[in-house]
Design a protein around this ligand. Structure first.
Ligand code: SF4
Ligand code: SF4
Length: 611
């Protein structure tokens, strides 16, 4: 029977079908649902899954499992692979025993990431095989090929997907598990210890494999040539989700063309040469970077072919952002000199209300930001942010995020800013960071475990005067509430010891740490004020649950006769507080009852509602 599955569910179930025994990862859009699906399918599958503290750890834990012969899946978004790149590079040299697939989800756009990256480059850089499926259904089947290839080579392989594969849905026939037996036993051998001598011996093997794999992949059924007409002169080369878009655009077209679908790297050179035979021009359509395009250009150079390779380099295809089906259709029609059919004229839809991303009504981060802002007052301060819901604290009226670089990068950036401030003081230079600036760093709980703790240790060791504000809302909120080490439960649904942020931070040797509830607004402000003029690494640990996980039943309302419209409560930026008749009102259904606005109103115009 067919099932309607999200691509990430298809990948997870495809991995189980292929004999998966271990999976690890760190949450990150658009990859998160893969491990969540696995955790819902533990029964009868002899499967272990975990959220690791970061992607590097996930890959290393996975490496251990794969060294012992377990079929292993490690998942992350593409920026996570930057974090995991150290073990990634080495793992090709030590190799693995059990098949290991590193699933990396790219985010064209980017829709929810700090950068736009093409993971196929990492595969080429690390000299690893990359599988690049074009649909959720293909991903379901292809992951079995990826495990088999990894085991055959004794090396990890990458499977890259993109947002539309991860989050698109398809009706997929779920098949029985493939026959597979694992010999799970770690056997001691020199290969597991990465010495330069071993690497020198391995490098030629890796290089030889790449050549052999290019030939082998020329026979792989998912790398294929399709043809319309007897002697086409125009070719189209594509891969990933663009293959599906190209096929859609070509429906009903009678023009002559040849189509090359590329699903693997090393690039299937022989297949590509066969494809280019007889062609004058090739249009390359792919997300994100011109990887297929560059490979074809190289091949033409190597073989002296006079085929005109077009695509991103020639500006026929955009080199940033998602390539949507209608964009693909436009490229194809222009390329094949066809006239786009008149678009069916539909009535203009009503304009959508502008909804900028904001923190939820009642979010504890909002209270924490405002407490810091009010405590700082008119003093000069720089607020370094980090990756999480609280990055949204940069928006007005809070305006509390001046920098945001990468996971864990706020605590460390604050240290550099502090040193710059000190340099300005030494040289008596007046500039944007005059002496006396307070350097704050904000970081959420999951990000703190991911890569924040090392920043605190660095600040303590180097005796840096910064104030670290840990926003602990008890979950990995940004990606939908995944478990982390501070929560006392695992992805296997077992109870676990809670790693205590307060104790761990204290043990790092910080000069002062205060824990407090940001909704206890006056105490929160006092806590910040009390550390502002001290030296060393001072930490405020704000603790209050994420409002999505734990909602209050309380509701607040505005007494119109008392409200003067002064706007003090609006400094919080709560989306439930709206303008009304030169005063404010609270949208009943939107209010999550945190009560901070009540504390801000000096006139007692905001009250808890009794219904
Ligand atoms: S109590 Fe006030 S600040 Fe809190 S969610 Fe409701 S309207 Fe927003
Ligand atoms: S702070 Fe009080 S008086 Fe001022 S706008 Fe808000 S509800 Fe009205």
């Amino acid at each position: 029977m067919k099932q309607l599955l999200m691509g990430n569910e298809a990948i997870a179930l495809g991995a189980i079908r292929a004999g998966l025994g271990f999976a690890s990862g760190y949450p990150g859009t658009p990859s998160t649902e893969i491990l969540e699906t696995l955790s819902r399918n533990l029964e009868g599958n002899n499967l272990y899954v975990e959220w690791s503290v970061n992607e590097k750890v996930a890959l290393e834990v996975g490496a251990g499992a794969a060294m012992a012969g377990v079929r292993t899946l490690v998942t992350m978004k593409m920026v996570g692979l930057n974090v995991a790149s150290d073990p990634l590079m080495s793992l090709n040299y030590t190799g693995v025993k059990g098949g290991m697939v590193i699933l990396v989800a790219d985010d064209p756009g980017p829709i929810s990431s700090q950068t736009e990256q093409d993971t196929r480059h990492y595969g080429i850089f690390a000299k690893l095989v990359v599988f690049d499926p074009s649909s959720p259904e293909e991903a379901y089947f292809m992951i079995a090929d990826a495990f088999a290839m990894s085991e055959k080579l004794g090396r990890p392989v990458i499977m890259r997907s993109t947002t539309r594969i991860c989050h698109g849905k398809a009706s997929i026939e779920l098949l029985p598990k493939l026959p597979h037996t694992s010999d799970i036993k770690f056997e001691k051998a020199p290969r597991w210890v990465i010495f330069p001598r071993l690497s020198a011996a391995n490098k030629p093997v890796i290089e030889e494999n790449l050549v052999k794999l290019s030939d082998e992949f020329s026979q792989y059924p998912n790398n294929k040539i399709e043809q319309n007409g007897t002697a086409p002169k125009l070719g189209i080369a594509c891969g990933g989700t663009c293959y599906a878009y190209v096929k859609e655009a070509l429906k009903g077209i009678t023009a002559d063309y040849k189509l090359l679908k590329v699903s693997t790297y090393p690039f299937p050179q022989k297949k590509a040469l066969e494809f280019m035979d007889g062609l004058d021009t090739v249009m390359c359509i792919e997300e994100l970077d011109p990887v297929i395009e560059n490979q074809l250009v190289q091949l033409c150079g190597l073989h002296g072919l006079s085929v005109n390779i077009r695509g991103k380099r020639t500006k026929d295809v955009q080199n940033v952002g998602e390539i949507f089906p209608d964009i693909t259709k436009g490229i194809i029609y222009k390329y094949l000199s066809l006239t786009l059919p008149e678009a069916v004229s539909l009535p203009e839809p009503p304009a959508l209300p502008v909804r900028p991303p904001v923190m939820c009504a009642g979010c504890s981060h909002r209270a924490a930001f405002l407490a810091v802002k009010q405590a700082v007052g008119s003093r000069k301060a720089v607020f370094c942010g980090d990756i999480g819901c609280y990055t949204l604290g940069n928006a007005a009226p809070l305006d509390m995020v001046d920098t945001c670089l990468c996971m864990g990068g706020g605590i460390t950036a604050a240290q550099g800013l502090r040193r710059a401030d000190e340099a300005a003081k030494r040289h008596n230079v007046s500039g944007d960071t005059p002496p006396g600036v307070l350097d704050f760093a904000f970081i959420g709980d999951s990000t703190y475990f991911h890569s924040g703790i090392t920043g605190v240790i660095n600040a303590v060791y180097n005796m840096t005067d910064i104030i670290v504000v840990i926003l602990d809302n008890g979950t990995t909120a940004m990606t939908g509430g995944q478990q982390h080490p501070g929560m006392g439960e695992t992805l296997m649904r077992t109870r676990a010891p809670k790693v205590d942020i307060y104790e761990i931070t204290k043990a790092c040797g910080v000069s002062k740490i205060i824990r407090c509830n940001p909704f206890d607004f006056d105490a929160a402000k006092d806590a910040v004020t009390s550390v502002m003029d001290e030296k060393g690494v001072r930490v405020i640990l704000f603790e209050a649950p994420c409002v999505v996980v734990e909602k209050s039943d309380d509701k607040y309302a505005v007494l119109a006769d008392k409200c003067t419209g002064c706007g003090l409560c609006k400094k919080l930026g709560c989306p439930a507080i709206v303008d009304k008749d030169n005063k404010v009102d609270i949208v009943y259904d939107a209010c999550n009852g945190c009560g901070v606005c009540e504390k801000l109103c000096k006139l007692g115009a905001i009250v808890k509602e009794v219904r």
